[in-house]
Design a protein around this ligand. Structure first.
Ligand code: PXP
Length: 238
């Protein structure tokens, strides 16, 4: 079994929210992604509901056939929603309201008690728990102490590295992080900032079982689908 692809469909909802209308519907997007081979559907229910909303997560839980991975912060309101909806997997991420997207990994060391409490409650509800962290030894060990089943290594610094030497250095940190996590019995996932151009070195990381990719896939979908979309509108004008 190769590396599983989790397709993050948040940005289909970002487009919908630009007009606060009903299209495109992320529920449809999830079905199309699954039919194309997505192994996991990932959505982030942000505290400000800027893209995915509560209705989406409820419907996705009903309609998605593959595992549903909910990215979520430690916010109590969101934790309660997760406990009610019971996605197959929850990935705990840090969240700041002003950020454009998730910046940096979760500080598991700094929030150890809160993380441990949320992990325990989610696992008790039968949800697999992953922690989105930087590839730092202390964070990986803290993830183990918090009783998470998996970690998602933050690939953002690798993705934005300005030159080859820096990219290779980030890849090496990810490699060491993956080895350490695996040796502690943690499942190894990775994601953030991955694109069609930079994903290939990432799949050489040891013990990698899941990749979560969003922005680049949705960006590609917009351009790949534009030709057909224009043709369909033109056909209506005949
Ligand atoms: N993994 C996590 C934990 C994330 O927060 C995100 C962004 O929502 C992704 C993966 C996907 O990142 P990108 O959209 O850059 O592919």
């Amino acid at each position: 079994m190769g590396i599983k692809l989790g397709v993050n469909i948040d940005h289909t909802a970002t487009v919908r929210q630009a007009r606060k209308t009903d299209e495109p519907d992320p529920v449809w997007a999830a079905a199309i992604a699954e039919l194309a081979g997505a192994d996991i559907i990932t959505v982030h229910l942000r505290e400000d509901r800027r893209h995915i909303n509560d209705r989406d997560v409820h419907l996705l839980k009903e309609t998605v056939a593959s595992p549903l991975n909910l990215e979520m912060s430690l916010n109590e309101e969101i934790v309660k929603i997760a406990l009610k909806i019971k996605p197959d997997e929850a990935t705990i991420v840090p969240e700041r309201r002003q950020e454009v997207t998730t910046e940096g990994g979760l500080n598991v060391v700094g929030e150890a008690a809160r993380v441990k409490d949320v992990v325990a409650r989610l696992r008790e509800a039968g949800i697999r728990v992953s922690l989105f962290i930087d590839a730092e030894e202390k964070q990986i060990r803290a993830a183990k102490d918090a009783d998470a089943e998996a970690i998602e290594l933050h690939t953002g610094k690798y993705a934005t590295a300005k030159n080859e030497a820096k990219r290779e250095a980030e890849l090496e940190k990810l490699r060491q992080g993956a080895e350490l996590a695996h040796s502690l019995g943690l499942e190894v996932h990775a994601g953030h900032g991955l694109t069609y151009r930079n994903v290939q070195p990432i799949i050489t990381l040891p013990h990698l079982t899941e990749l979560h990719i969003g922005h680049s896939i949705i960006s590609r979908a917009v351009l790949a689908g534009l030709d057909q979309a224009v043709r369909e509108m033109k056909a209506l004008l005949k």
